[in-house]
Design a protein around this ligand. Structure first.
Ligand code: GLU
Length: 498
């Protein structure tokens, strides 16, 4: 048996920044194409001239590439089925329109927008679905041609059966049936001469030999119109798969109210593209074995379109952050440092120019903090806590802890000892702590809590085996804000107590 030559397309309209809903559609198309060894096409649907912008197209391509998607044919790389931008295909649509008009499968509609609006309102008022009345259907061909030649404006509509039903099998949602009495004659070409989405999409998908259309379920109601158009043109329709919408946790359509929605914003916030990719793939699909952390390659190898859920997908920011943490932890500490650096520099914590010693230090910091951040943009707040040392602004609980008599004795002794030590490090800290224990009789929490607060001004935070070398090495480097070493810190806390 000959394998069908699978051809898949993602067909965005460049009317805004790409958000996670559309990105997930792109990703499912890509996964399916790659899993099937098919061809993936990017087509730009820019016939809405007023709302489309080249900048959006550029950003869209940039965001899709950042996400890790690639395509075999598209406006930026050509292919045998181009052009891949609808605004460059207007002549192609015209040829087919002439054919449909000639064959009587389409007709000119002279109804004005006002007339159509009145008709629509009337239908709604009487509780009916607003369906075009078919008023211009019966205008004789020669009469409509005369009116067109006389310069009258007209749209072109498809002549549909107007009754009966139409059924198709959706690869995600199963059998779907439409009442054609409720579909009406769709507009193929607007009176401006520009093709309607429903028309251009059918011609393009046919000529580009697209075999599977995977898109959002907001397009289900367009599908019968498109199937009828395929038939009128003598093309056979592709397979359709409609993906559920992406919702917020409150079950309303995901919007800015819920948090970031634009792919570009996640990038800015320091979410790894491999993590966003991983998370989007799980929105409505469960990989075999229930594994949740997967690479692009693993996802592409295991993706099964028919297993995609038809219930709406809930975008859970906590889950995305959890996945991002798993992906961040897989990076080397050098990669973690490099990705954290821009955020730290912008926050004024790191210098514009980094020496090798700065990088080595930052690698240590990144590796120590990686468990504590959800995204790279969380680094400045964590790193600021290491730089920040002001006993007077200490948290209430830490202050209370230091009020204990034993705490004062411990810190006083710590100060005496640390001021004698040249190269302080964690091993020396362990020795000093032991000596203080013997000399004061304090142990456990009574010993370690004051020591920690003296070094960090906080009752909790990074373990001291990580914290001490970061501070000691950091104190030897130049930063926009100076870092105090351990001895300076202890002496300041003591001054504060006295
Ligand atoms: N340009 C349409 C959109 O962005 C494409 C829909 C389709 O895939 O058919 O919604």
């Amino acid at each position: 048996m000959m394998m069908e030559n699978i051809r898949i397309r993602f067909a965005p309209s460049p009317t805004g920044f790409i958000h996670v809903g559309n990105a997930r559609t792109a990703l499912f198309n890509w996964l399916f194409a790659r899993q099937q060894g098919g061809t993936f096409i990017l087509r730009i649907e820019d016939t809405d001239l007023e709302r489309s912008a080249v900048e959006y197209e550029k950003k869209l391509i940039e965001d899709l590439k950042w996400l890790g998607l690639d395509w075999d044919e598209g406006p930026d790389r050509g292919g045998n089925f181009g052009p891949y931008r609808q605004s460059l295909r207007l002549e192609i649509y015209k040829t087919y329109t002439q054919r449909l008009l000639k064959e009587g499968k389409a007709y000119y509609c002279f109804c004005t927008p006002e007339e159509l609006e009145t008709e629509r309102k009337k239908a709604i008022a009487s509780g009916k679905m607003p369906v075009y009345s078919g008023k211009c259907r019966s205008i004789p061909k020669d009469e409509s041609l005369r009116r067109i030649e006389a310069g009258e404006q007209a749209a072109v509509r498809l002549r549909t059966p107007g009754n009966g039903s139409l059924t198709y099998i959706d690869l995600v949602r199963g059998k779907i049936e439409f009442d054609l009495g409720l579909v009406g004659d769709p507009v193929l070409v607007r009176s401006s001469g520009l093709p309607a989405y429903n028309y251009a999409v059918v011609i393009d998908d046919s000529l580009m030999e697209v075999t599977h259309v995977i898109r959002g379920e907001d397009h289900i109601s367009n599908t019968p119109r498109q199937i009828l158009t395929y038939k009128a043109l003598g093309f056979s329709p592709p397979h359709f798969a409609h993906l559920s919408m992406v919702m917020g946790k409150d079950n309303t359509r995901l919007s800015k109210r819920h948090g970031a929605t634009a792919v570009g914003q996640f990038k800015k916030d320091g979410i790894l593209s491999s993590a966003l990719f991983n998370y989007l793939a799980l929105l409505g699909w469960t990989p075999p074995g229930g594994r949740e952390i997967l690479t692009r390659k693993e996802l592409a190898e295991t993706f099964v379109l028919k297993k995609v859920s038809r219930s709406s997908a809930i975008f859970d920011y906590d889950k995305l952050h959890w996945i991002n943490r798993q992906h961040m932890q897989k990076l080397t500490s050098r990669q973690q440092a490099e990705l954290a650096y821009p955020y730290l520099k912008d926050s004024g914590l790191m210098p514009e120019v980094m020496s090798d010693a700065h990088w080595i230090w930052l690698e240590r910091v990144a590796a120590s903090l990686i468990q504590r951040v959800n995204r790279f943009s969380d680094f400045p707040a964590q790193v600021a806590m290491i730089f920040d040392f002001s006993p007077q602004d200490m948290e209430h609980e830490a202050k209370e802890e230091l009020r204990k008599d034993t705490a004062f004795r411990v810190i006083k002794l710590f100060n005496e000892k640390i001021s004698q030590i040249k190269e302080f490090d964690f091993d020396k800290f362990a020795v000093v702590a032991k000596e203080i224990k013997t000399e004061t009789g304090c142990k456990g929490k009574d010993l370690y809590h004051p020591l920690r607060i003296a070094l960090t001004t906080r009752g909790s935070g990074l373990d001291l085996d990580k914290f001490i070398p970061i501070v000691e090495q950091g104190a030897k480097l130049d930063f926009p804000v100076t870092m105090k070493n351990c001895a300076q810190r202890v002496s300041e806390v003591l001054d504060f107590l006295e």
